[in-house]
Design a protein around this ligand. Structure first.
Ligand SMILES: Cc1cc2nc3c(=O)[nH]c(=O)nc-3n(C[C@H](O)[C@H](O)[C@H](O)COP(=O)(O)OP(=O)(O)OC[C@H]3O[C@@H](n4cnc5c(N)ncnc54)[C@H](O)[C@@H]3O)c2cc1C
Length: 219
């Protein structure tokens, strides 16, 4: 039998035209960077689908941040309202390296969720975040990122007049600027994660110092 619990959506925040954060009272303890499964009984996916917790373990509310890709889960989640119920699992996952080393987060779009949860949970001054989005208005957690002591570098791929860096991440520069003992966290689509992973290895970073979480087949 499925081990699920039901939570009620307390409030919602629209992060970007296609990204929504759903907040609910935290029903369990979890480790920053973990994910939950979401279940809809009338959708024929009994195992549910995974969503990273975008909140930190000590935040008042737990949250998931969802990109609407037009499928049965994301569309429904992005259309939810305060007061709606949601069936979820407990938290799983080992993306968090649980290290005292400086962290270098490398994320694209909604892939920020677990990276944000880990980097912003504590000691954020010593970490760095490289964050890619298609336009300035597609950046989730934009205001919170500006308030972090973490150095955040934004990369915008499809808007030439961006106030941020226009174009893709330069992994050799990211590595050159990072501490030698830094641990790298990569999250996004399979293509994004694979590409950055290979570039980190080519730049001499050991696999032991790279943690990955893959969200999507396509980005
Ligand atoms: C460990 C883990 C954590 C995850 N965490 C999150 C999270 O925090 N937030 C989140 O939004 N999703 C997350 N996902 C992805 C999520 O589980 C679903 O796969 C996603 O929401 C799509 O489900 P769907 O039923 O809406 O669409 P599907 O029916 O699965 O997909 C519909 C179509 O959209 C395509 N597609 C899927 N993703 C994208 C995309 N990003 N851009 C363009 N096309 C796409 C599919 O290939 C398919 O053609 C996570 C996945 C894993 C494995």
């Amino acid at each position: 039998m499925r081990d699920s619990l039901t939570v009620t959506i307390d409030h919602i925040r629209h992060e970007a035209p296609d990204i929504v954060t759903l907040y609910f009272t935290r029903p369990f303890e979890f480790t920053a960077g973990q994910y939950i499964s979401v279940y809809f009984d009338d959708v024929d996916v009994p195992e549910g689908k995974a969503y990273s917790l975008s909140s930190r373990p000590n935040d008042e509310f737990a949250s998931i941040t969802v990109k609407d890709v037009g499928g049965p889960f994301s569309s429904r989640l992005c259309a939810m309202r305060a007061g709606d119920s949601l069936a979820i699992s407990r938290a799983y996952g080992h993306f968090n390296p649980q290290t005292d080393s400086a962290l270098v987060g490398i994320a694209a779009g909604v892939g920020l969720s677990p990276v944000w949860s880990i980097i912003s949970a504590n000691d954020h001054a010593k970490h760095t975040l490289h964050f890619g989005n298609i336009t300035d208005s597609h950046i989730p957690f934009h205001e919170e990122l500006a308030q972090l002591e973490t150095r955040v570098e934004h990369y915008i791929t499809r808007q030439a007049d961006t106030i941020y860096h226009h174009g893709r991440m330069e992994v050799t520069r990211i590595v050159a600027e990072a501490e030698a003992e830094a641990h790298y966290l990569i999250c996004g689509s399979v293509d994004f994660v694979r590409d950055i992973f290979r570039q980190l290895e080519s730049a001499g970073i050991s696999r032991k110092k790279i943690s990955t979480e893959i969200f999507f087949e396509h980005s």
